[in-house]
Design a protein around this ligand. Structure first.
Ligand SMILES: Nc1ncnc2c1ncn2[C@@H]1O[C@H](COP(=O)(O)OP(=O)(O)OP(=O)(O)O)[C@@H](O)[C@H]1O
Ligand SMILES: [Mg+2]
Length: 328
């Protein structure tokens, strides 16, 4: 249980998730008000990870529903296990024959089989899918409805129903009401605009790329052995690359991948050769790599020019300036 916004920041930090007050406030309110959170933002900024760390911090099991085009109620809520029903019918064949044995007509036989419906339409033959698992769980859970923008609008309408009632009605069995309301996180990459009705039911959280200070902290948390200088240079270059007009801007996950790659190559700082050799770790389109390469060369030229001026007009450098890396 989170008892304050600061406590959210602290507890998520212990799980390796670095967040600012804005994110922590939404998480805190979601818990206090029992409201779902709709998390939107570009790919790789930590939307899914946020749900995971909240579930760990609260000690709740996370139940995940991965959305995709064509996802329907049967895959999200529950399905009848037809093969098992069929198997039972086969095994109980003799009993079924006994039941309908002396029927005078087909209608009467069907009527008698119908009276035994509950044998074949019971909990025994239900396959619970994520929404039902979250609703029927006796313990409080965290339900992650991931990439909801990939599902169809009809499915979104169905989700609205679930999110307002937290109950499922199975015509053959009855209504199952959640014993403890799950904490719900929905994530979206903005593939399509979510409906106003869904937004109204949720607290809205937009996660953008972090500022440099926060990203260095994330890097320190996820790649603990990284040298300070390398972390700062890398994040600084990453921010400059994000400002370029790219087909796919690199995200936090790419920053982490890049840092891990550079460490695997034993790099202590970011020089031009190693940076350009590894740009493909963070950029997935050739055109983007060329643009970043250009930017990198420009930055290095500026640095060389700045150094030249420094040599021509030497001034006693402060320790802070001495510490600055190639990209400043
Ligand atoms: N604030 C953060 N603190 C620590 N790690 C983070 C943070 N934000 C993102 N990450 C890391 O970045 C990576 C990508 O995060 P995640 O998969 O949650 O992104 P996403 O927004 O769900 O992306 P997508 O839209 O592609 O699913 C993960 O490895 C995660 O650990
Ligand atoms: Mg995700």
């Amino acid at each position: 249980m989170f008892d304050s916004v600061e406590n959210v920041i602290k507890q998520l930090g212990e799980q390796g998730y670095i967040c600012d007050k804005r994110i922590a406030t939404v998480v805190f309110l979601a818990q206090q008000l029992d409201k779902p959170v709709l998390v939107e933002g570009p790919a790789g900024v930590g939307k899914t990870e946020l749900a995971k760390v909240v579930s760990q911090a609260l000690g709740r099991e996370m139940i995940r529903l991965q959305c995709y085009e064509g996802l329907d109620e049967a895959k999200a809520l529950y399905e009848w296990e037809y093969s098992k029903q069929l198997l039972y019918t086969q095994i109980l064949k003799d009993k079924v024959s006994e039941t309908i044995g002396d029927s005078q007509s087909l209608t009467e036989a069907a009527e008698r089989v119908g009276q035994e419906d509950s044998v074949f339409f019971s909990n025994r033959f239900i396959v619970p899918r994520p929404l039902m698992q979250a609703i029927s769980s006796p313990k409080p859970t965290l339900l992650l409805i991931d990439e909801v923008d990939k599902s169809d609008p009809e499915f979104e309408a169905f989700l609205l129903e679930i999110l307002s009632d937290f109950q499922v009605t199975i015509p053959e069995i009855g209504t199952i009401q959640a014993q403890t309301q799950p904490l719900v996180f929905l994530t979206s990459n903005d593939a399509r605009e979510m409906s106003d009705a869904l937004k109204r039911r949720c607290l809205h959280l937009w996660i953008d790329y972090p500022n440099e200070e926060l990203e260095v902290k994330i890097l320190d948390s996820k790649v603990p052995n990284i040298a300070d200088q390398l972390a700062e240079d890398l994040v600084s270059l990453m921010h400059k690359i994000r400002d370029l007009d790219l087909k796919k801007a690199p995200s936090i996950s790419e920053t982490l991948d890049w840092a891990r790659s550079l460490m695997a190559l034993n790099a202590e700082s970011l020089d031009e050769a190693i940076a350009s050799d590894t740009l493909n770790v963070i950029l997935k389109y050739e055109g983007d790599v060329a643009k970043a390469q250009n930017e990198l060369s420009k930055m290095l030229e500026q640095r060389a020019a700045a150094k030249k001026t420094e040599v021509e007009t030497p001034e006693p450098a402060s320790p802070a300036e001495k510490k600055k890396g190639i990209l400043h």
